[in-house]
Design a protein around this ligand. Structure first.
Ligand SMILES: CN1c2c(nc(N)[nH]c2=O)NC[C@@H]1CNc1ccc(C(=O)N[C@@H](CCC(=O)N[C@@H](CCC(=O)N[C@@H](CCC(=O)O)C(=O)O)C(=O)O)C(=O)O)cc1
Ligand code: HCS
Ligand code: ZN
Length: 762
């Protein structure tokens, strides 16, 4: 059989791309130098893939920021406001991704959204009245030729037109249907040019096919591909899907002259039955995604071989592949020095997954009498760790009462109002203050053993004191310690809880040059020691105002970690929830009256098909959150926080979390969420973020006053909190301070207006 992968991590095994790009942004290297750095990385990656024995190497998966943006640029989807800046191509590209402020003008970036159900973010292309689609970009073609000059006849890949339309933003009243003919023509031209350059296979990524599709969607798909497929000549077109199954479109796909179909058999197990029931045409090569592109565990060869044996009953034309691009896993296990050699045997990052594909192929062709097969079988023959039976028995014995806080929310909120004695429109922040170079350096020094724990903690405590003083001075009502001890809101908890492993270099791209190091859920998760109690109690000891305890919720910890594959996510989440319940009760015992449990990733892991939302996810995710908070006193106020998603469609599930207060990211969605909250009579008290923390721009006091007025038109004043829309860790100190000064002043001004309005007339 032939082997391939859908895409490879582009950041480099030591994050070389991040560092080179950031140097370019700081004008420390030239565009030519950045391009050379990119070229070196691409070549290294292609040669690594080839040297591992993979037959088909993809190109087009490299990007200086995001491949959806690359596809938009290829198609001339550059809004006029950016063209007007008249920047050099590379600077225009970065302006689209990051915004531009300089001599040429001032433009906000295109928006950024979560890529399907992953923690990767893509740049949202825009279609409007000025849009003139044409195949104008050169990157796709140049990279194909670059690989060719190294003797690699690669498979160029790009986001397909159907997915592009589904993910884009339409302005000026335009709709996707307005652009079907011009988009199809541009893709046809791209295919023709790639054919002219000698591309044997061309990969068009269409993950949007795994969403629910209606007849109109399928009609759009047909219109697009009817044109594109006429242009392929002798090149072969691979229609690549991932993250789910193609139950609505398989019958249609079969009727179109595609040459290859990429199916995800890991996250779309239903794909197996779909092709079994409908058959596979002789003319269609199946790119079978059997090695997990989103998780880091070794593949079970015995299972893969059994699966392939079944597949071979249906078709002889199979290419072994990954379930998705390897973008979502770290580069290599080779640079991990704090995971034992025994444990590393269970892990396969991107580089190791290449070897897995080649080994599976080899074993399938030559039989199981190989060392690779024996080692792999031995790995799966015994459990990886000793089960925590006591914990799992406790979970099995949980009853509905364990998920139910008492008394009911309205009564609790009245009790808390007396206990906390906060003004109307209380002000607070979301938790983190700037992770400055000094804060990160302190952590890096501690990690490298250059300072001891006492010095490390002393530095963080000084930061906390400094920021508490600032918060008091400007008159914030509920204060935070600032999260200076946290490298990341999930990785930090992974490091503290039993059952996790974490990596030295397991970076995964989150957006642009930003990465995260997801911890690995290795076994049963439990709390062995207090995690946030010291830092929170220290902060509370420094002030007479309330300090809010700050935790990451169980669903977010699960979603932003690498989960186990041997137990359901539900069980791991319940284990994390019980661990966090212990932390909540410990904070409460130490006098902390307000505790925030962040769930920014609650929305992200919703099944891509709406029919599965409750049955497969919310029915256990919402209770897991409730479990964390169910045992606290009525006087303790539980907050939660969400961002990075649109929440309108799961608003009832959010109210059902039964938190007392929620802070939302709302400002970027033009506060449409407020109408939804009003409509459903949302019971949780709510802090709709009054300014966007993703930009260095400082909102003025009057601007925030206007926003508060707007909120008051929709929701009762006694339900409202005033806060930014997310944590301030990525911001610089001066802009953070001024924005908060303006926010508190705005809240005070509106408070006075309300007091005035409420004065009895004599
Ligand atoms: C809210 N978001 C988060 C998501 N997922 C998470 N797991 N966490 C999140 O917060 N998903 C959705 C969004 C995504 N948003 C972001 C925003 C910002 C970043 C980011 O800034 N990433 C940093 C890395 C942060 C980190 O973990 N730093 C570590 C190690 C830093 C490091 O490289 N240290 C150097 C030395 C540095 C020095 O000396 O100054 C070293 O060790 O060599 C830390 O602070 O300890 C990034 O740089 O990419 C990510 C997602
Ligand atoms: N408490 C976290 C939430 C981010 S989503 C922070 O403030 O950074
Ligand atoms: Zn947030």
């Amino acid at each position: 059989m032939t082997t391939t992968i859908i895409g490879y991590p582009r950041i480099g095994e030591k994050r070389e791309l991040k560092f080179a790009t950031q140097k370019y942004w700081k004008h420390q290297i030239t565009a030519d130098e950045l391009n050379t750095a990119g070229q070196e990385l691409r070549q290294h990656h292609w040669q690594t893939i080839q040297a591992a024995g993979i037959d088909q190497v993809p190109t087009g998966d490299f990007s200086f920021f995001d491949t959806t943006l690359d596809t938009a640029v290829l198609l001339n989807l550059i809004p006029a406001r950016f063209k007007k800046l008249a920047l050099a191509p590379l600077d225009e590209y970065f302006a689209l991704a990051r915004g531009y402020q300089g001599v040429a003008g001032d433009e906000k970036a295109l928006s950024m959204k979560k890529w399907f159900n992953t923690n990767y973010h893509y740049i949202v292309p825009e279609f409007d009245n000025d849009t003139e689609i044409r195949a104008q970009g050169t990157k796709l073609f140049e990279e194909f030729q670059e690989a060719k000059s190294l003797g690699i006849n690669a498979r160029p890949s790009l986001i397909g037109p159907y997915t592009l339309l589904r993910l884009s933003r339409f302005l000026d009243g335009r709709t996707p249907d307005d652009f079907l003919p011009s988009l199809a023509a541009a893709y046809a031209e791209i295919v023709t040019r790639l054919h002219g350059l000698g591309a044997d296979w061309i990969q068009l990524d269409e993950p949007a096919l795994v969403y629910d599709q209606d007849a109109h969607d399928l009609d759009r798909f047909t219109q697009l591909y009817d044109t594109i497929l006429t242009a392929k000549g002798t090149s072969r077109i691979l229609l690549q899907t991932y993250f789910g199954d193609v139950r609505d479109s398989y019958k249609l796909i079969k009727t179109l002259p595609f040459d290859g179909l990429g199916l995800d058999f890991v996250e779309g197990p239903e794909n197996a039955a779909i092709i079994e029931q409908n058959g596979v045409p002789e003319s269609l090569t199946l790119f079978a995604g059997i090695v997990n592109g989103k998780n880091i565990w070794r593949t079970n060869y015995q299972q893969s071989l059994a699966f392939l044996a079944n597949l071979n009953r249906l078709t002889d034309h199979v290419v072994l592949s990954t379930s998705s691009s390897l973008l979502h896993v770290p580069y290599t296990v080779r640079h991990e020095h704090h995971i034992s050699e025994d444990e590393k045997k269970y892990l396969a990052f991107a580089e190791e997954k290449l070897t897995e594909l080649v080994e599976i192929d080899h074993i399938q062709a030559n039989g199981t009498d190989t060392l690779a097969y024996k080692e792999n079988t031995a790995l799966f023959a015994v459990p990886r760790y000793a089960e925590n039976k006591t914990l799992n028995a406790k979970i099995a014995a949980l009853t509905p009462a364990d998920y139910q806080r008492t008394p009911e929310r309205a009564t609790r909120l009245a009790i808390q109002a007396k206990e906390l004695n906060l003004p109307v429109l209380p002000t607070t922040t979301i938790g983190s203050f700037p992770q400055t170079a000094a804060v990160r350096r302190n952590r890096a020094k501690f990690r490298r053993g250059e300072i001891d724990e006492a010095d490390y903690t002393a530095f963080n405590e000084e930061e906390t004191k400094r920021w508490l003083k600032f918060q008091e001075e400007i008159g914030l009502d509920v204060l935070v310690h600032g999260e200076f001890e946290r490298n990341d809101m999930v990785e930090y908890f992974g490091e503290q809880l039993a059952g996790f492993r974490f990596t030295d270099n397991g970076w995964v791209q989150s957006y642009g040059t930003r990465g995260v190091k997801p911890p690995i859920i290795w076994g049963d998760v439990a709390r062995t020691h207090p995690i946030t109690v010291d830092t929170t109690v220290f902060a509370q000891s420094q002030t007479d105002k309330w300090v809010k305890g700050m935790l990451t919720g169980p669903v977010t910890i699960l979603n932003w970690s690498f989960p186990r594959e041997d137990v359901p996510n539900k069980l791991s989440t319940e284990q994390i929830a019980l661990a966090l319940q212990g932390e909540v009760l410990d904070l409460e015992k130490h006098g902390i009256k307000i505790i925030q449990i962040d769930e920014p990733a609650l929305r992200e892991n919703l099944p891509l098909r709406q029919s599965d939302w409750y049955r497969k996810y919310l029915d256990w995710a919402v209770p897991a959150f409730r479990l964390v908070a169910s045992k606290v006193q009525p006087t303790t106020q539980i907050h939660t926080h969400m961002c990075y998603s649109e929440f309108g469609d799961i608003i009832q599930a959010i109210d059902d979390l039964d938190a007392d207060v929620i802070s939302f990211e709302a400002s970027r969605a033009d506060f449409t969420l407020l109408d939804v909250l009003k409509k459903v009579n949302f019971q949780t008290h709510v802090g709709p973020g009054v300014y966007d923390i993703h930009s260095p721009r400082i909102p003025s006091e009057s601007e925030i006053v206007d926003i508060i007025h707007h909120i008051l038109e929709k929701l009762p004043a006694e339900n409202i909190w005033i806060n930014p829309d997310c944590g301030l860790k990525t911001r610089e100190e001066p802009e953070t301070k001024q924005a908060l000064i303006n926010m508190v002043a705005a809240a005070k001004q509106v408070r006075e207006e309300l007091a005035h309005e409420n004065q009895p007339t004599l």
